[in-house]
Design a protein around this ligand. Structure first.
Ligand code: DX5
Ligand code: ZN
Length: 216
């Protein structure tokens, strides 16, 4: 599995070192959690910070928008350097417009769904997606407990993708650590996001290697 460390759990006072450190440690993507204080009860950063991060890393930026009306801001995030960009189906009435815009700009288009949102709610979009981001915590904070019930939805999504021979990747995000990473892998995840599971560990490269579950 690919591992996308989430910068939200890094030491912000040493931001550049943290980014360089995680790149050296073998991260596949850098996950950027953008929160607006409306869609989720927390605030993080916007396109200016994405732009700054983009100047200090070669890693592809996996930008997870937890903001209402993402259609208003897609251009700014893509201009800032977002390579992968996902938004929540619960946050917009313009899912098709958003997906078309992202794809038109030749970026990876992702749709994110909250733990309680059923797969059926977004099934009609899967064919158009580069990736589906399935949340395994209620979005807003790093370091929360993994909701294992959601694994059923990961399997359901994987079965659907396989059955219809689609290219949509599955990214799973929230509460992932050594204890559950392999189960998530078995359920069909292609990419996992880890905040505390990487940045709160002593050795970043060891943490990333273990989370990959490559020996399973
Ligand atoms: C939650 C974010 C996640 C989270 C990951 O709102 O979307 O990306 O920060 O952090 P951990 O792995 O610590 O749950
Ligand atoms: Zn995220």
């Amino acid at each position: 599995m690919k591992v996308a460390p989430s910068i939200i759990a890094a030491n912000f006072a040493a931001f550049q070192n943290e980014i360089k450190g995680i790149e050296k440690a073998g991260a596949d993507l850098l996950h950027l959690d953008v929160m607006d204080g409306v869609f989720v009860p927390n605030l993080t950063f916007g396109p200016m910070v994405v732009d700054a991060i983009n100047t200090v890393t070669e890693l592809e930026l996996d930008t997870h928008l937890m903001i209402i009306n993402p259609e208003k801001y897609l251009k700014q995030f893509i201009d800032a350097g977002a390579d992968w960009i996902s938004f929540h189906c619960e946050a917009t009435k313009q899912t098709d417009t958003c997906l078309e815009y992202i794809k038109g700009r030749n970026r990876k288009a992702g749709l994110a769904i909250n733990p309680t949102t059923p797969f059926a709610r977004i099934i009609q979009y899967v064919e158009q997606l580069d990736y589906l981001l399935i949340m395994t915590v209620n979005p807003g904070f790093y370091g929360q407990k993994f909701m294992s019930d959601v694994l059923t939805k990961v399997k359901e999504a994987k079965d659907y993708i396989n059955k219809h021979e689609l290219s949509c990747l599955l990214e799973v995000d929230g509460g992932i650590n050594y204890a559950n990473a392999c189960l998530i892998n078995q359920a069909g995840a292609d990419i996992i996001v880890a905040g505390a599971g990487v940045f709160k560990q002593e050795n970043y490269s060891e943490a990333i290697e273990r989370l990959r579950c490559s020996k399973v």
